[in-house]
Ligand binder design. Structure first.
Ligand code: TXA
Ligand code: MG
Length: 361
């Protein structure tokens, strides 16, 4: 299949042609403020099937539906409660996904993987909203990577993974947040964070105030293990089917180091010294303050100032892809405090590392 690439300079014609392709049942990658998505008409089983095929995505992992306008949510959702309305008002357009009871027949059952809920968001990226609006379709859109690869934050990443497998790619430059949206489900007045992301727990708390409790995923280690059986005590809690898959993985082996930042450099250096002897090609992902301190690693990636985890979030997936390209097969990453966007960043670092974490104390 030929994949049309619309460069940023061709954005005007690109949007029109891409919207026409989507309206005709095609699948097109487009930028959002989080990562690039691979869109298709959520009402068309044929289009949605093509999304799953292009990505190599397991069919039991449902997709997020993207809307141009928040009023359209009522066409997809059976009910929207007051807490959900408050969240929509506070964060849409933006990187928050709400899991809502689905209206029967509103989207293809492949989108929801047969669940009785549908995940919905209104992205804050201008190109995305214009594309959705012009296509006239609610767009089912997972991240535009091959399943298991880091999510794409540049159009070139999409090309790497999906060239020849999709109808087109709309280049909108580098995405802003760099990590995916926060996925929440509101149940009995409690906001459950199913996947931490671009909207932080602190922001959610501020928006809902005393009207709702916020519950985060209890324990990352639990959700990242490859065990296929859910823990018996978590069966009642709402879950995001996607969290059971090992996502975002680079090809190399990766370890996250967490603990007091003064101690991270020493621990990572010790691991580097030990491993360099074995001929492994080592990459260190660290903050700017530490970038000059590491010895023996083949690559030291400066991921931005320690006090600014937003920078690390924006850069993470591109760095992981670069490790793959350069054949760096042992990746040691500094952890971040789990506050603000740091919570989502640590969640993705742990996933990329397949749960391998060294807690330094
Ligand atoms: O930022 C984002 O959310 C990006 C951009 C493109 O919008 N999209 C994205 O989609 O990350 P994807 O498919 O890679 O991740 C969707 C997540 C998965 O963890 C999936 O299991 C969860 O949302 N999800 C979708 N529908 C759900 C539902 N009905 N109930 C619970 N979780 C759901
Ligand atoms: Mg994804």
């Amino acid at each position: 299949m030929h994949t049309t690439f619309w460069s940023a300079e061709q954005a005007r014609t690109g949007i029109q042609e891409a919207a026409a392709a989507l309206a005709a049942g095609g699948v097109v990658a487009f930028p959002t403020e989080t990562v690039y998505g691979l869109g298709g008409d959520a009402r068309s089983t044929e289009a949605v099937k093509r999304i799953f095929e292009a990505k190599g995505r397991p069919s039991d992992n449902p997709l997020i539906v993207h809307l141009a306008d928040e009023a359209e949510v009522f066409e997809l959702a059976e009910r929207v409660n007051d807490v959900e309305k408050a969240l929509m008002a506070a964060f849409w357009p933006g990187p928050l996904t709400l899991v809502l009871p689905v209206k029967a027949g509103a989207v293809s059952s492949l989108v929801t993987a047969g669940l009785d809920t549908v995940a919905v968001r209104v992205p804050a990226h201008e190109l995305a909203r214009e594309l959705i609006g012009r296509s006239g379709c609610p767009l089912a859109a997972p991240s535009a990577n091959r399943s298991g690869r880091p999510s794409p934050t540049r159009a070139s990443h999409v090309l790497e993974d999906l060239d020849g497998r999709i109808d087109g790619i709309l280049d909108g430059g580098e995405t802003g947040v760099g990590l995916e949206s926060t996925v929440v489900r509101v149940l009995d007045g409690i906001v459950h964070i199913l996947r931490p992301g671009g909207v932080t727990k602190e922001q959610l708390q501020e928006a809902v105030g005393a009207t709702a409790d916020i519950v985060s995923p209890e324990n990352d280690a639990k959700v990242t293990t490859s065990s296929s059986e859910p823990d018996s005590d978590s069966e009642q809690a709402p879950r995001s089917p996607g969290t059971k898959y090992a996502h975002y993985a680079p090809r190399g082996e990766m370890i996250v180091f967490s603990g007091p930042q003064e101690m991270l450099v020493e621990a990572i250096q010790a691991k580097t010294d030990e491993t360099a002897k074995l001929g492994r090609r080592i990459a260190v992902l660290c903050c700017s303050e530490h970038a000059g301190l590491y010895r023996e690693a083949e690559a030291v990636f400066d991921c931005g100032e320690r006090g600014n985890p937003e920078q690390a979030a924006r850069a993470l997936y591109a760095r992981l892809r670069e490790c793959d390209e350069r054949g760096l097969d042992f990746i040691l990453a500094e952890g971040y405090p789990e506050e603000g966007i740091g919570a989502a960043l640590m969640n993705r670092l742990r996933k990329a590392a397949g749960g391998r974490e060294i807690v330094v104390r």
